[in-house]
Design a protein around this ligand. Structure first.
Ligand code: NZQ
Ligand code: ZN
Length: 392
């Protein structure tokens, strides 16, 4: 196990009706009681979450300016508009109501409001130190998926060049996040499936490490993966099952609040490759991951076959003679693909109607601002190209 420092101050309010606390929480962190209310394309108005959140803001006499219109794979241009609104209206806090896209857009606005330059500088230089005030962000999460409700990350797509890039920093961890599983009852099946796929990917990215002796986090990751593998299919059959939605929602936050990263180095190659897919073809992140992850596994497993054997045996209960490692690994990958398909997710580029004519371009773009992606196995442009070919 490696040395580590763990810090995650996101306050979590979990359970039925908790969105009614959004106003009280926002009042704690907004000294001026002047906030930006940021949301997506209307799901929160249809399912009543908007009304309950607005009522809670009014109860606390909080002045708010609304900025709706965040789309999946959130765009830089809308975040720029948010930065302008915060400056013009002297707002000091952002309440994001929705999924990862809304939260990431809110984080970008928070980072950009008091920055003298172009906030895109941060997305081009992940790791750039923050030397200015960053607004606080609070969330009411309505889809378990990205984990942005307690993560350091923000992922934004810039229309010009279709570049999807992320910035990670402690300053972006939300001050509080409300997680009410009831708000997820209205999710379309496809979004439930994409969310589950993203959560599973966050766990697998961390699981596949070359760092030895990480038993505690290995076992916690396996438990979280099994929770998703079991509960997500039930959520498709029983969308209003509170207990199942609650398991998925909490599993999703734990998967990405970095606790399960402690003492190990995660891979993240599949995420970087997927960002090129959703950047160009605008597919859901979770659907891109169900295409990329099996291909990545097939390409890299020989670099530490025992880790893949452990995954197949412990997570997918593969029972074959132990000396037959290759068969065990391939059976594990086959079961993962079968699970994705049972959830209605694509496992090949062709399943998502993505043609094979821009693979090389995506491979080159994935390493445009870094030398390589991935840590389990370092991947250069030619490796990424091979992985994308395996996904055809
Ligand atoms: O826009 P609305 O109307 O809200 O509809 C959304 C959207 O169409 C809908 N939805 C959300 N909650 C709903 C609902 N529909 C009905 N009922 C509800 N309760 O679902 C659609 C998808 O929403 P989105 O926010 O895009 O989903 P998700 O949470 O998966 O976020 C995806 C984004 O997060 C990034 C991804 O790359 C992608 O851009 N990620 C962010 C990370 C982070 N910040 O740490 C890490 C992740 O790996 C990921 O990269
Ligand atoms: Zn993800």
């Amino acid at each position: 196990m490696l040395n580590f420092e763990y810090y995650n101050p996101a306050r979590i309010l979990f359970g039925k009706g908790e969105e009614r606390q959004a106003g009280r929480q926002a009042a704690r962190y907004s000294a001026k009681k002047r906030i930006l209310l940021h949301y997506g394309s209307g799901s929160i108005k249809r399912n009543g979450v908007y009304d309950r959140v607005v009522a809670s803001l009014k109860e606390e006499d909080i002045f708010f300016v609304e900025l709706p219109g965040v789309v999946p794979n959130p765009r830089y241009s809308l975040a720029q508009k948010g930065i302008q609104l915060c400056r013009e209206n002297d707002l000091d806090f952002i309440l994001a109501v929705g999924g990862g896209s809304v939260i990431d857009s809110a984080k970008c606005i928070a980072l950009g409001t008091h920055y003298q330059g172009d906030v895109w500088d941060y997305y081009l230089d992940n790791g750039k130190p923050v030397e200015h005030d960053v607004l606080g962000v609070g969330c009411v999460l309505t889809i378990p998926a990205a984990g942005s409700e307690s993560s350091t990350g923000s992922v934004i797509t810039r229309e010009e060049g279709l570049l999807k890039r992320s910035y990670d920093g402690e300053v972006l961890i939300p001050k509080f996040s409300v997680l009410n599983p009831e708000t997820t009852f209205t999710l379309p099946d496809y979004q439930t499936a994409c969310g589950a796929s993203d959560i599973l990917a966050h766990l697998m990215e961390r699981y596949f490490t070359q760092v030895p002796h990480v038993d505690v986090t290995d076992r916690l990751l396996e438990a979280d993966m099994k929770t998703i593998l079991y509960n997500a299919p039930v959520a498709l059959r029983e969308p209003d099952n509170y207990d199942v939605r609650a398991e998925i929602m909490w599993a999703g936050t734990i998967a990405h609040n970095n606790l399960l990263n402690t003492g190990r180095v995660g891979d993240w190659g599949s995420h970087n490759i997927e960002h090129e897919l959703s950047g160009i073809y605008d597919i859901a992140h979770g659907a891109g991951l169900s295409i990329v992850f099996p291909a990545w596994m097939k390409y890299v497993y020989k670099d530490n076959i025992d880790k893949f054997v452990q995954f197949a045996v412990r997570v997918f209960d593969v029972q074959l003679p132990f000396e037959d490692k290759e068969r065990i690994v391939w059976e594990g990958i086959r079961r993962l693909e079968a699970w994705y398909q049972s959830m209605g997710l694509p496992i090949r580029l062709s399943d998502a109607n993505i043609p094979g004519d821009r693979l090389e371009e995506m491979a080159k773009k994935s390493v445009l601002h870094c030398e390589h992606v991935g840590h389990f196995k370092k991947l250069y442009a030619e490796d990424v190209h091979e992985i994308l070919k395996l996904a055809l």
